[in-house]
Design a protein around this ligand. Structure first.
Ligand SMILES: NC(=O)c1ccc[n+]([C@@H]2O[C@H](COP(=O)([O-])OP(=O)(O)OC[C@H]3O[C@@H](n4cnc5c(N)ncnc54)[C@H](O)[C@@H]3O)[C@@H](O)[C@H]2O)c1
Ligand SMILES: [Zn+2]
Length: 402
């Protein structure tokens, strides 16, 4: 019986027929996504405001976990945060020094670290009114997010993303997770953060490969949602390919806004349905990442996945061929390689192993297979079936270009 049918349901029916009452409530979610620079500079009030916006008169307890890669690149970070909390000491209390955790995908396969973080929260008496800060790339945010969401059934969680990808995509989302049973993001929850603080200064110390990888998500979201942003990316590709800071900052901000728009206004923030429009190009990307043992960065795999699904969109008669070349031109200009040997690896049946990514994609969400393809630049189109010969033809095409 659907909730809408409950009005016609007779609650006074005899007990033999059962008795149902519908429980209904809604919980509005809202959180700030703050774009700033030099977040821990003592006079930057962003963090103070993010933690005290609901209870301005209270002194807030907080603990921070930071990505080892970030701590290496920014050795003063732990001291800066301590000094910051001292400066805003009437409102903030850092309960212990910044805790270092491994950066990168390995943290998402490390159950011992998850348990270790839980224990730190326990020992520090972190309760539901305290804050857990995660400072790092998407992998660290996913792992710490899971820890915060599960300790005491959910502690206020503040994300401080430090890579292009985590600032323009994962950090503004509502999911966390780790890789379990050798499956990516198998264990995780939907848990919107308390606040997100994007500090552009973190991107200065990121290497070129990581900076580039994050830009793939901007191309992705421009292609499915915003043709004007796609034009901007093309017009500014000379600046973006050398990671000019102002251009990169705008790319991050616009991409984050488009992700926020989809999650907030797309009608399905917790992915209860079968569609994941923000995962254009991702069915193949996730599979390639795993097949390459994560040697391929997420964004690098997404760039290839975008190229593959763009070609498929043309072969399936959805996208005009004249638009296709612009997609490849932009990706190549930004420095992406649109081929990886995993695309050609065969399984025991002699089929390309990457294609099982379609089944994985469906299994992760459940429901009907739903893949976003392109109808034109800026407009995505959902389909529920992909034709094997056309996928193979698309892969052959990428191989011929390589
Ligand atoms: N939850 C979601 O909605 C969501 C969405 C997209 C991606 N993700 C996840 O995000 C992860 C990828 O995140 P990522 O691309 O940010 O990479 P990452 O977290 O793997 O970090 C990449 C590397 O950069 C280092 N690093 C991070 N910030 C740095 C800085 N400022 N300076 C120097 N080094 C720095 C890290 O230590 C790591 O070695 C994947 O696990 C992916 O599944 C999650
Ligand atoms: Zn992605």
């Amino acid at each position: 019986m659907s909730p809408a049918a409950h009005q016609h349901f007779n609650p006074t029916a005899g007990e033999d027929e059962g008795y149902t009452r519908w429980q209904t409530f809604t919980v509005p979610f809202s959180f700030p996504v703050i774009f700033t620079r030099a977040l821990f500079h003592p006079e930057n009030s962003s963090l103070f405001q993010a933690l005290s916006y609901r209870e301005p008169d209270k002194r807030h307890r907080l603990i921070a976990f930071a990505d080892s890669g970030v701590l290496q690149a920014c050795p003063c970070l732990a001291d800066d945060l301590a000094a910051y909390c001292a400066r805003w000491g009437d409102s903030l209390e850092l309960v212990c020094p910044v805790q270092e955790i491994d950066g990168g995908e390995s943290i998402k396969a490390d159950w011992a670290s998850i348990e270790w973080m839980h224990k730190i929260l326990l020992d520090a008496n972190i309760d539901r009114h305290s804050y857990v800060l995660a400072i790092g790339g998407g992998a660290v945010l996913d792992a710490v997010g899971l820890v915060a969401a599960t300790a005491h059934r959910g502690i206020r969680h503040v994300r401080i993303p430090t890579t292009v990808l985590s600032q323009n995509d994962s950090g503004v989302g509502v999911k966390n997770g780790i890789n379990q049973f050798a499956q990516k993001n198998w264990l995780g929850t939907f848990a919107p953060p308390w606040a997100v603080l994007n500090d552009s200064a973190f991107l200065d110390c990121l290497n070129d490969r990581e900076k580039r990888a994050g830009m793939a998500e901007a191309v992705k979201v421009a292609l499915i949602r915003d043709s004007e942003f796609f034009e901007w990316l093309c017009e500014n590709s000379d600046l973006l390919c050398v990671f000019e800071p102002h251009a990169l900052t705008y790319l991050v901000r616009r991409c984050a806004e488009l992700h926020m728009q989809q999650i907030g206004q797309g009608g399905d923030p917790f992915e209860m349905g079968s569609a994941r429009p923000l995962d254009f190009g991702h069915w193949a990307a996730h599979r390639m990442e795993s097949m390459s043992q994560h040697e391929l960065r997420h964004g690098e795999a997404v760039a290839i996945g975008i190229a593959l699904d763009t070609r498929y969109s043309v072969l399936a008669g959805l996208l005009e061929a004249k638009q296709e070349q612009r997609v490849y031109d932009l990706l190549v200009k930004l420095g992406f390689t649109l081929w990886h040997e995993t695309l050609d690896q065969k399984n025991q049946q002699g089929q390309r192993a990457v294609i099982s990514g379609l089944a994985d994609f469906q299994a992760h969400l459940g429901g009907e297979l739903t893949i976003t393809l392109l109808e034109s630049i800026g407009v995505g189109r959902e389909v529920h079936h992909m034709q094997l010969p056309l996928i193979n033809e698309s892969i052959d095409y990428l191989k011929s270009r390589a």
